[in-house]
Ligand binder design. Structure first.
Ligand code: NAI
Ligand SMILES: N[C@@H](CC=O)C(=O)O
Ligand code: NA
Length: 436
């Protein structure tokens, strides 16, 4: 049987890793796919670096359109990133009837609705396992393994760079900028690392998972994003004293009122497995009504782990090439005409528990005033610690609340900040039990 010809666009961290895995495991891969899979052509801006990665036998070009328009390329692998040229290339590949494998979560979260519609019309596959949680086969698990379930919620540590930064800061006391530079050197970070540390990348991945889990279109524009750049070391420390770890979490939940779609630093009880996921590792907790909570763990970024997912998609697509398009697994798990446009809840309507840190004058009666304002807003307190007076005569009060709608917490914070004895903005972090 004729080999499957791969056209690789972008030979950087993930593209280079993909070339390595395709070559190193060629025998295993073709035994699984049922035919030889060969790297036929590659495109990269820097031809010298790309040549080192792909070897002498592969045709190398600097114009990726030469790949999507080449009649002998069967599967186009997009590993350039971003949503400008990558979008044009993917749409052109689809228009030319080629199957696509991509690791590009930004492209899918922002333009997936259009891309999957075009792919559907042309009867081609767009596979994207590497786009969410790197090497962890989470797309496969959500789309196929849990297809009997009504998925209730998903919570994930889905940005390796942020988790690496939080871990290094906590364990070694390293500085934020220094650890971010290390994450960039190791190839974990996005081309623009603000996407990692401000929560955008996790938001892209969460958007894709919510779409597959609940059968909704991509809704990235409604995803709430808060990253780790403003997180302070003392809050991580106080959280630990109270038995919690702080993680950048992507959380999506199907409620009667709509779908929560939010990314933010989150306190998680330290006894949970997911609270102990460190470094560049990712983990996704998915709760199905039949199976209960399930946990998926593995490397969320880096050349070879991400290539593992890219190559698995290439194998999947190869196996299904001859299948009637109607009998393939739908791109977004649900049949395309069964997607529902559910409402995404604004943050005001989200229900969570909260960590509040209040810097107040160390005077009698201040704590009573604060707890009074919380009570006025129907917020009950789970724990309080007061840190001793600091040199300027102020003290820090750290409170954990029970679950309450966010609008009420915002109202209470505004009232607390209006007190004469409160001098600085209240620090507010969300807290999730994640116990099913
Ligand atoms: N690095 C990681 O651990 C992971 C990355 N991803 C995604 O994989 C994709 C690629 O990421 P990386 O490999 O890290 O990026 P990278 O920056 O290392 O590689 C991108 C490559 O594309 C090339 N390129 C840029 N514009 C081009 C153009 N117009 N024509 C041809 N080549 C061009 C660059 O020269 C570079 O070699 C992105 O969508 C990223 O979000 C997904 C999961 C993990
Ligand atoms: N920049 C991303 C790469 C993988 O998706 C991350 O750090 O997780
Ligand atoms: Na994955």
């Amino acid at each position: 049987m004729k080999p499957i010809n791969i056209g690789l666009m972008g030979v950087g961290t993930v593209g280079g890793g993909t070339a390595v895995v395709l070559k190193r495991n060629a025998d295993e891969i073709s035994r699984r796919a049922g035919r030889e899979i060969r790297l036929f052509m590659a495109a990269n801006r820097d031809l010298v670096r790309a040549r080192e990665a792909v070897g002498p036998e592969v045709e190398l070009v600097d114009d990726a359109f030469a790949i999507v328009n080449h009649p002998d390329v069967d599967i186009v692998v997009e590993l350039i990133g971003g949503d400008t040229i990558a979008k044009d290339l993917v749409l052109q590949a689809i228009a030319n009837g080629k199957h696509v494998v991509t690791a590009n979560k930004k492209l899918l979260a922002l333009h997936g609705n259009e891309i999957f519609a075009r792919a559907q019309e042309k009867g081609v596959m767009v596979a994207f396992e590497a786009a969410v949680a790197g090497g962890i086969p989470i797309i496969k698990a959500l789309r196929e393994g849990l297809s009997a379930n009504r998925i209730e919620w998903i919570a994930g540590i889905i940005n390796g760079t942020s988790n690496f930064i939080l871990t290094e800061m906590r364990e070694k006391g390293s500085g934020f900028a220094e650890v971010l530079a290390e994450a960039q050197r190791l190839g974990y970070a996005e081309a623009d690392p603000t996407f990692d540390v401000e929560g955008h990348d996790a938001g892209h991945k969460l958007t894709i998972m919510a779409s597959i889990a609940f059968g909704i279109p991509m809704n990235f524009e409604h995803c709430y994003l808060e990253g780790i750049s403003q997180l302070q070391g003392r809050d991580i420390k106080y959280a630990e004293e109270l038995g919690y770890r702080v993680k950048l979490l992507g959380l999506t939940r199907h409620t009667e009122a709509g779908v929560e779609l939010r990314v933010h630093p989150t306190l998680i009880p330290e006894s949970r497995l997911i609270a102990n996921v460190n470094g560049v590792m990712n983990a996704v907790l998915a709760k199905g009504d039949a199976i209960g909570p399930t946990l998926y763990y593995g490397a969320g970024a880096g050349a070879l782990p991400t290539a593992s997912a890219v190559v698995a998609d290439i194998v999947d697509v190869t196996r299904l090439l001859t299948a009637d398009p109607e009998h393939r697994v739908p791109h977004l798990a649900f049949q395309p005409d069964q997607l529902k446009d559910l409402r995404i809840l604004p943050m005001d309507e989200v229900v969570s528990s909260y960590y509040l840190r209040i810097s107040a004058s160390d005077r009698a009666g201040v704590l009573a005033k604060i707890t009074g304002l919380l009570a006025e807003n129907d917020i009950s307190i789970e724990a309080v610690i007061q840190k001793g007076s600091v040199s300027d005569g102020s003290a820090e009060i750290v409170l954990l609340t029970h679950r309450v709608v966010e609008k009420q917490v915002n109202a209470a914070i505004a009232a607390i900040e209006a007190l004469d004895s409160v001098k600085a903005p209240v620090v507010r972090l969300r807290m999730e039990e994640l116990n099913g």
